[in-house]
Design a protein around this ligand. Structure first.
Ligand code: ZN
Length: 410
């Protein structure tokens, strides 16, 4: 029988669970040991540790303390793993925990986190998604139902000391260019809410003061939010410390490319069944690997038909940006949102669909000065009505009444 190495109690606080942590630091003690060939299950809290509730208020999204995230299960020690190796990990299965068949999606307030379209949606909003087997739908967003491409938003191995120092140095330098910006340019170490797993005493306090926050993706992988890292994928992780120290969390039932809503995909607690396929000794140098590489799953939601929205690097004020993919993807998303509003959705509902459904984002053109071109692929089959353009014009299918809860800033 496959052993569950880490269990979580969703009625308790993740702070009392010493097999989870919310910072990256090389000295966080390993909580379990496995060897190549082993497979095992890790349970995970949702990324906020249970702060966001299944209700009809967005107050929790507005008020969440973002210094507390993400709660990660691990680190897991892999026998024989040494710095410079590649750790080959199979994602054998991922799923919900019984009794917890729901997830959340939201937009942070611009004052507390912000997001990709925060200038257009500056206040906290939330949608709750019910999960029925492999399908999901939301009482806050009628007319859509889709199969999830379930994946961990965040997974990677512990950094070594020089790598941690490099992360902190470069991110502090970025913050220094505009230290009062809201939201901040990056998130520096913050000791008061650090959970350092099994570390104790002075060593713990020192590590809490320098442990890297878990928000960005970095060389080790981390919070990459790649929807295609789904069950059936095989990932090759760079190893930096003896034993590797693999940690995982931030499970997503489904997410569109970019995780544009930031809070976040369809977020959920759950389990992940991992297999340690092998170690490739010295694999980082052998293959010139700096960041993880991976192979996709053999199974995927089978959506074949898309309506594809283009965006270019000219913003809403008419300002020309030079090959700026951030602006171009924003414009592609806004074009899709404006289109969906013609069928009766609120802007927030349309935004949430783009953040949660198996939407694809593509870098289509990045050389045709001065405009980058981004494309957003919206699957038409997730809608319970026809969203294609016709001579008759759009029919208002979504008729008032239901919208996502919104919480104004205090
Ligand atoms: Zn997430």
């Amino acid at each position: 029988m496959t052993e569950t190495l880490i269990k979580v109690d969703l009625n308790g606080s993740p702070l009392t669970n010493d097999m989870v942590h919310n910072r990256w630091h090389p000295d966080i003690p390993m909580v379990a040991k496995v060897k190549p060939g082993d497979d095992f299950i890790l349970e995970c809290y949702d990324w906020t540790g249970g702060f966001i509730k299944n209700n009809d208020s967005a107050d929790d999204v507005r008020d969440v303390d973002l210094t507390t995230v993400h709660y990660l299960s691990g680190p897991i020690e892999v026998e024989g793993a040494e710095p410079g190796d590649l750790l080959v990990v199979d994602f054998l299965d991922i799923g919900v925990l019984p009794g917890n068949e729901w997830g959340f999606n939201g937009f942070f307030s611009k004052q507390n986190g912000g997001g990709f379209l925060t200038d257009y949606f500056p206040q906290a909003q939330k949608s709750i998604w019910d999960i029925k087997g492999m399908f999901t739908s939301s009482r806050h967003i009628p007319g859509v139902n889709f199969a999830g491409l379930i994946h961990p938003g965040l997974i990677g191995c512990l950094p070594d000391a020089p790598m941690l120092e490099m992360w902190n140095k470069r991110e502090k330098a970025l913050i220094a260019t505009n230290p009062t910006r809201v939201p901040g340019l990056a998130n520096p170490p913050y000791a008061p809410t650090a959970h350092m797993g099994r570390m104790t005493g002075e060593a713990r306090d020192e590590a809490a003061a320098t442990g890297a926050r878990t928000v960005p993706p970095r060389e080790h992988g981390g919070n990459c939010d790649i929807k295609d890292l789904s069950r059936g994928a095989r990932v090759y992780f760079p190893v930096y410390v003896k034993g590797a120290g693999l940690s995982v969390g931030d499970l997503h039932f489904s997410q569109g490319d970019g995780e544009i809503t930031f809070c976040g995909a369809i977020e959920m607690p759950g389990f992940i069944h991992l297999g340690i396929h092998s170690l490739i000794k010295g694999g980082m140098a052998k293959y010139g690997i700096k960041n993880p590489i991976f192979k996709p799953s053999p199974i995927k939601p089978n959506y074949q038909d898309y309506l594809i929205f283009e965006g270019i690097s000219v913003d809403d004020s008419g300002t020309q940006h030079y090959l700026d993919m951030f602006t171009a993807y924003q414009q592609a998303c806004l074009n899709a949102i404006n289109y969906l509003k013609k069928f009766g959705y609120s802007g927030a509902q349309a935004y949430s669909i783009l953040g949660t459904a198996p939407v694809q984002g593509h870098i289509s053109g990045i050389v045709d000065v001065p405009n980058a071109c981004a494309t957003l692929y919206l699957p038409t089959e997730i809608f319970e009505f026809d969203i294609n353009p016709t001579a008759a014009g759009p029919v208002q299918m979504i008729k008032g009444g239901v919208d996502m809860p919104l919480s104004p800033d205090k």
